[in-house]
Design a protein around this ligand. Structure first.
Ligand SMILES: Nc1nc2c(ncn2[C@@H]2O[C@H](COP(=O)(O)OP(=O)(O)O)[C@@H](O)[C@H]2O)c(=O)[nH]1
Ligand SMILES: [Mg+2]
Length: 267
């Protein structure tokens, strides 16, 4: 991709929309994913940017991003020392500056045309717009094993308690008002795959509705998720999220310091 003068000019302007891609050991899927995303964003009539968050990948993931050619959509690398997809998305969102932000997976399992609808809704005043494979109009090509299907069913039941009314917390395609996303990311504590539940629960707690949109979603080969390795960790994460939500609202909702309930001198 040879940079054009228009591309240089556009890339030097602050982005209106910034998209974060968490990526660990993605040398196989990332180049194709970045090509698709950059091509989509370059067709949007305003400046955009992409940041890839790497967690000390042992393959060429970071190098692919460093070597990515300049173009109309700048691609930058964020390094996150804390392992896990949740930690990576948190670091990526905290590093954004744009008025509108989002994240998607390196495999681009969600058809990127949904960005148009998500962005339109954000412009119209929605603050949280997420892809959902469970709402009418979605098209899903699933090749998950029966074990993963069963696990997903159990996960949805538990997640439903924490984020009532959200039909699909786990689709890796979420867009936000930038200020809200950065505020919420600052209080996120879930490092692993269950982070979306904490993220959405914090949005609801803060008073922002979650708007689900239909997506075309295709299960892509090369998933990093293993039911055998990750199920126990996810259950622990859900339990911790439940405890944290019960314990106290996050600092984004309540100021760090509050007057004592019984001021000294009161009867
Ligand atoms: N940075 C980072 N990204 C991760 C980690 N685990 C998963 N991801 C990314 O999260 C996205 C979704 O992962 P994927 O393996 O496709 O999961 P699945 O679609 O749920 O089966 C991909 O972009 C992964 O590279 C991690 O530990 N660190
Ligand atoms: Mg995937």
């Amino acid at each position: 991709m040879t940079p054009s003068p228009q591309g240089d000019e556009r890339a030097s302007r602050p982005p209106l929309l910034e998209i974060v891609i968490p990526a660990r050991n993605e040398e196989g899927r990332l180049p194709g994913g970045l090509l698709q995303l950059c091509a989509k964003l370059a067709r949007m009539p305003f400046p955009t940017a992409v940041s890839v968050v790497d967690n000390n990948s042992t393959d060429r993931t970071a190098q692919i991003v460093r070597d990515w050619p300049a173009g109309p959509v700048p691609v930058s690398l964020v390094t996150c020392p804390v392992p896990g997809k949740g930690a990576a998305v948190r670091a990526g969102l905290l590093g954004t500056t744009a008025p509108f932000v989002g994240f998607c997976d390196a495999d681009m399992a969600t058809d990127l045309d949904a960005i148009d609808e998500a962005f339109g809704l954000l412009l119209a005043g929605e603050r949280v717009v997420i892809g959902s494979r469970a709402v009418e109009g979605s098209h899903v090509e699933n090749r998950h094993s029966k074990v993963r299907e069963l696990g997903a069913f159990g996960f949805r039941a538990l997640a439903g308690v924490l984020v009532p009314g959200v039909s699909d917390t786990q689709c890796g395609f979420k867009f936000f008002d930038g200020v809200l996303a950065r505020d919420i990311a600052a209080v996120l504590r879930t490092p692993g795959f269950a982070f979306d539940v904490e993220l959405l629960a914090r949005c609801l707690e803060q008073g922002s509705e979650v708007h689900e949109i239909p997506v075309c979603w295709r299960d892509m080969p090369g998933s990093r998720f293993s039911p055998a390795r990750h199920t126990l960790g996810i259950l622990v994460e859900l339990g911790r999220i439940w405890l944290r939500l019960r314990a106290r609202p996050g600092p984004a909702v309540r100021p760090a310091w509050e007057p004592p309930l019984d001021p000294v001198g009161s009867p």
